[in-house]
Design a protein around this ligand. Structure first.
Ligand SMILES: *[C@@H]1O[C@H](CO)[C@@H](O)[C@H](O)[C@H]1NC(C)=O
Ligand SMILES: *[C@@H]1O[C@H](CO)[C@@H](O)[C@H](O)[C@H]1NC(C)=O
Length: 404
């Protein structure tokens, strides 16, 4: 009788004829990968681009021969006929893969301008997630005289220009796969070729749901920029959407609500500013304005932020650093605008036994151990102006949910 194990050995042996690897090696490596996954996924195959496996790199499902011919690495099976193929892309290349790994080569081999161009994997793609396993570039230079902070070697991804230390961060970028000319370009500019530069990014094209019914539903998980419909917000922020009809759902579990530049999906974690360094020697970048979102936990009604580090600049050093002290309600021209803040809607801070109900936090109004409670939707807005100084070492904040 052909048992399942024998069947697999057969497939693996046939597979090995295409490459020079022996079936024994494949058995050891791939079966191991494979077996490790069985209990977790509760099935024979794993989804190549699932977030769970991000640690191990990233991959798309394709025939083994195609993978080998495009220089990819085989990483286990995704169905009876196809393997998960990890693809790496080089500077100045174009890719249409679902998921690719972008890794820096040696600095001598890297040109001063290095772009990676992503084109839609299919028409359903509506977002791109870029995970920075490693992203270390030249630190920004603080010009104390001009109160300015400049990135020299840097990377541009969508609206973000980043430099310095950003390993462990991620970004979501909107991407319209239904348009022919859609392209996301990740552009490295390295005029100084800073010697410790390195990057290892995982870029995943995320698909929105397919059926017309699901398409009608799509505005409900993209709620807070164009709509203040409370029902939409509730749907998005309280119920993890689920259906048995998985094929039409795209990557619904991984998609961020529209307007979120960062999206944290774990029930607890740490959020930090760009170019944050634990020793306080990194400064957040200037003229940033972005939205951080956290996926709700069903049983929780509140989120708790616990501050590890918080240091922003503020307009008036005498004031404590809340609300009006953090931003101007009037449009101010050019560099006079002082708008460094972390905005936490619907939040309350308990400090010295007093409860402060603030929305904007700046200066040193949060200290190590400060606990801020907020209700849904779980969103943080970060804003920085064009003025920089040594106070601007940024924030490191833990979050967890308060189950009531
Ligand atoms: C809390 O109390 C201490 C001691 O009175 C004071 O130095 C500190 O500024 C207070 N913190 C806030 C945020 O009011
Ligand atoms: C934040 O989380 C880290 C890692 O889990 C922990 O070591 C640290 O004590 C936490 N900080 C606060 C203020 O809760």
């Amino acid at each position: 009788m052909l048992t399942l194990t024998n069947f697999w050995l057969l497939i693996l042996t046939v597979g090995s004829l295409e490459s020079s690897v022996t079936s024994e090696t494949i058995k050891n490596d791939e079966m191991k990968l494979f077996e490790e996954r069985l209990p977790r996924r509760g099935g024979l195959f794993h989804t190549c681009f699932s977030n769970e496996y991000a640690e191990e790199g990233s991959s798309s499902c394709m025939p083994r021969s195609k993978c080998v011919s495009q220089g990819g690495n085989v990483k286990g099976f995704c169905n009876f006929y196809e393997v998960c193929c990890e693809t790496k892309v080089d500077c100045n290349s174009i890719t249409k893969e679902k998921r690719v790994v972008i890794k820096s080569a040696s600095l001598q081999k890297t040109p001063n301008f290095c772009s990676y161009r992503m084109q839609p994997f299919n028409t359903q793609v509506c977002q791109v997630l870029i995970e920075f396993k490693t992203l270390e570039l030249q630190p920004p230079i603080l010009e104390a005289m001009q109160s300015s902070l400049e990135c020299e070697d840097h990377v541009v991804i969508g609206d973000f220009m980043l430099c310095g230390e950003n390993s462990g961060q991620h970004l979501y970028v909107p991407f319209d796969g239904s348009k022919d000319d859609t392209e996301l370009i990740i552009k490295f500019a390295l005029p100084n070729k800073w010697s410790q530069s390195q990057w290892h990014l995982i870029v995943t094209q995320l698909e929105c749901p397919k059926t017309s019914e699901d398409k009608k539903r799509s505005p409900s998980y993209m709620p807070f920029i164009n709509s203040n419909n409370l029902d939409n917000l509730r749907t998005m922020f309280t119920i993890p959407y689920n259906s048995n009809n998985k094929n039409t759902l795209g990557d619904i579990d991984l998609l961020a609500p529209l307007g979120c530049n960062q999206y944290f999906t774990q029930s607890e974690g740490q959020i930090k500013s760009f170019n944050y360094k634990p020793d306080g020697s990194g400064y957040y970048l200037s003229k940033m304005n972005y939205v951080i979102c956290i996926k709700p936990v069903k049983a929780a009604k509140m989120i708790r932020y616990q501050v590890e580090k918080f240091s922003l600049s503020k307009q008036n050093t005498e004031e404590p650093g809340f609300d009006n002290n953090c931003h101007s309600y009037k449009q101010v021209d050019g560099d006079d605008r002082r708008e460094d803040y972390l905005m936490i809607p619907q939040s309350s801070l308990t400090t010295n036994g007093t409860i402060i109900m603030a929305t904007h936090y700046c200066g040193q109004s949060l200290v190590k151990g400060s606990s801020v409670i907020a209700s849904p939707p779980y969103v943080l807005y970060f804003s920085s102006d064009g003025h920089s100084d040594a106070e601007e070492s940024g924030f490191l904040i833990n979050y967890s949910f308060k189950i009531i």
